[in-house]
Design a protein around this ligand. Structure first.
Ligand SMILES: NC(=O)c1ccc[n+]([C@@H]2O[C@H](COP(=O)([O-])OP(=O)(O)OC[C@H]3O[C@@H](n4cnc5c(N)ncnc54)[C@H](OP(=O)(O)O)[C@@H]3O)[C@@H](O)[C@H]2O)c1
Length: 314
């Protein structure tokens, strides 16, 4: 098969389209012929060598943790899916990648709604799982008010929609350019950075019940002040969380229950017109270096995704 790989750590330029051995599904896994694969912050960190997990990465490595495609092989102990089904999902996270390729093995998946574009499906998996897990941990109940810090990015833009679908009033932080975008996702936008409480006052928000930090930009003390309780705050990206008594959720990598049940639930919301996976940009697989470079530029609306077909030349 063909795949995007890197054989040394570095900038986006270390990514190459190359041939690789197609993976085989283990028990409980399926293999897909990939149509689209998401680009996530974890892919950028592993490729750069900056993340501690890079140390355990055998090279060469195929990046990518999210993919959507057509099922072409099924491991033992798998029910509810047949060859030819259209699915989207997440690789085995212990492998830390494998999705940016012609074939990928998925550990968790759901059926892709017929009307969901491949680009959205390919970028959806970890965003939905992560957002679902975080919202579950927050113990949200309909009518509550939730602040999402970093609401316009890949995980945040999914979290605000899934929270709104639970009957939550959502206030999302983003740069000014993204405020209309957050309105479209049924969130009330507000600028991020110090002074959030004053800006919420100006919006006549008198009570914040829960807060989700997706950005890891140092807002935990302010989010605790807003909610009045460290237990009412969850972060996905701030490693200082234990200092404040705040839950840092890392999912399967930390042995936590995951949010995989969110995948079919989000697919159902999509068919009802209540959920979408915002896509900032799509690149063909051979432009993976451009995709990583764009992803590293930071501010965006939703996900960056690679498209995969049979025409890629190595
Ligand atoms: N723990 C887990 O299980 C888990 C799982 C997935 C991801 N993550 C982590 O979660 C983080 C976000 O992932 P992502 O895919 O959503 O990243 P992303 O698409 O790059 O989005 C990050 C968002 O942060 C916002 N931002 C930038 N500076 C900010 C600030 N000072 N205050 C508040 N928001 C700010 C940006 O908003 P604007 O565009 O509006 O500037 C951007 O939309 C990453 O660190 C990732 O590694 C953790």
């Amino acid at each position: 098969m063909f795949a995007v790989r890197f054989d040394r750590f570095g900038g986006p330029e270390v990514l190459r389209l190359a041939t690789a051995e197609a993976p085989r599904p283990e028990p409980g896994q399926i293999r897909v012929r990939v149509h689209a694969a998401g680009v996530s912050p974890v892919d950028l960190g592993l490729r750069s060598g900056r993340t501690p997990m890079s140390a355990q990465l055998p090279l060469p490595h195929i990046p990518g943790v999210d993919a959507a495609g057509v099922v072409d092989d099924i491991g033992f102990d798998v029910d509810g899916v047949t060859i030819g089904d259209h699915v989207f999902g997440i690789v085995d996270l212990a492998q830390l990648g494998g999705a940016s390729a012609q074939y990928a093995v998925l550990q968790r998946w759901a059926h892709k709604p017929a009307t969901m574009p491949w680009t959205q499906a390919g970028a959806a998996g970890t965003g939905i799982e992560t957002a679902t897990r975080a919202l579950d941990l927050l113990g949200l109940e309909p009518g509550m008010t939730l602040v999402v810090d970093g609401a316009a990015g890949g995980v945040g833009s999914i979290a605000v929609q899934l929270a709104a679908a639970r009957g939550i009033r959502v206030i999302g932080t983003a740069r000014a350019d993204n405020h209309d975008f957050l309105h479209q996702l049924a969130a009330t936008p507000v600028a991020y950075g110090p002074g959030l409480a004053d800006r919420l006052d100006a919006l006549s928000v008198t009570q914040v019940d829960r807060a989700l930090d997706v950005a890891g930009a140092g807002s935990l003390p302010e989010l605790i002040d807003l909610t009045g309780d460290p237990a009412a705050v969850v972060t996905l990206a701030d490693f200082t969380a234990p200092t404040y008594g705040v839950r840092l959720s890392m999912g399967q990598l930390a042995g936590e229950p995951d949010g995989r049940h969110g995948l079919p639930a989000a697919a159902q919301l999509f068919t009802e017109g209540r959920f979408t996976v915002p896509i900032e940009a799509a690149f063909p697989l051979e432009k993976a270096a451009d995709a990583h470079e764009t992803a590293e530029q930071g501010s965006r609306r939703g996900k960056i995704v690679l498209t995969v077909d049979d025409t890629h030349e190595i």
